[in-house]
Design a protein around this ligand. Sequence first.
Ligand code: PFF
Length: 454
Amino acid sequence: MNSRDGFNSKLGIIAAAAGSAIGLGNIWKFPYMAGQFGGGAFILIYILAIILMGYPLIYCEFALGRKAKSNAVDTYGIVTQNKKWNIIGYIGVGTVFLITTFYMMITGWVIYYLWHSITGNLYTVPESVQATEYFAQFFTQMNSSMWAPLIFALIAICLTGWVNAKGIGEGVEKYSKIMMPILFIIFIILIVYSMTLDGFKEAFNFLFKPDLSAITPTVIISAIGQAFFSLSIGMGALVTYGSYISEKEDLRQLATQVSIADTIIALFAGLLIFPAVFTYNLEPTAGPSLIFISLPEVFLKMPGGRIFSILFFVLIIVAAITSMISMLEIMVTFVDERTKLSRKSVTWLIVFVVSIGGMINIAGEGPLSFIKFSGKTIFECLDYFTNNITIPLVAVLTAVVATWIWKIPNLNKELTLGGRNATKSDHFFNLLLKWVIPPTIIILMVALLLGVQA
Ligand code: PFF
């Protein structure tokens, strides 16, 4: 283990934590899930989940990490003085490992699309073929080749590794502070453009006028799972970042800032994508391929679409890399503190192992796509398993450990360092952590496992 690094500035912490939260989850996954699960109804539950579960879980993870000043696994044992709770951390680190293996693949797809937007290849549609069919073929062809997605995925993970190898202050913090403003600027340009489209009003109604009858157990579970994924909860990310935050910082305030930034970006991503989808009469329910098959068709049709397309893909790449930095950091901090290896060696070792997992995912979408488990490819299984099982499980256990074993007064003591004394509303959120969040999530998980589909 090497001496402990740390964040140098408040802005750096916010950039890194928001960078972790804002990622493919907001720009790729949130819009397609909202589209699939009825728009407004899904979003309503999503926002409630962020406020009532996400926010308290974020400060809880930060507080545990800062108290223990250790990696995402040992934190649990240190805080409870009982090593058996490290199991929560192991599940979290395992989860993040699995997620990184497919996250690098999707980031690779986006880099591939950026490259082909720049060269113009993506938009040379032969006259004899319909645009929809062409883009569907383009996507399938990319995946079936294996090599192209692999090379681009490796570029993504190596770029990330390069930042992590430099450490927290000189790597994670420095590059988050550069990349997050770029992300916001591109986002604003794209949103302003999107607001001028005819379909903006229809998109707005689709996203913000909930049809309450569309709320079903599946919608609720998916919205909560998505809220956790999007806030980077239940994977040790915030425990790890928390361990590098100084005691001068107000963790509740930080949790508020991160949840607001993340929610705004997700909602705006919806407002960015759906006006175009409605203007050009595409299906909002396309699913994961929404940004890879449907959106290029929009870019093809709209004036200046190629520039829009380049900016859009750069935006996603920046968001994805800052998230992957936090994913690698969880694993790097853990292995670094458990071995005598240098941070650099640990980082590249992890990049190597994750890349093997990435290769399996990539093969599973291409040459090995015949391998399916209940109709799902390897990537789809991992996504389903982490989103619906391990992430909620770690979230529940974290809330239980913090409020029942470490206990609320200790949690509050940690939160008060650098922050205000607990107010009535702070107590309310602590009570949610203790009494409401664990049973709610457990009931939902059991319902899901029992196959409640309605
Ligand atoms: N929150 C990220 C997103 O919305 O894309 C995903 C993520 C980041 C997952 C960090 C896990 C993690 F540790």
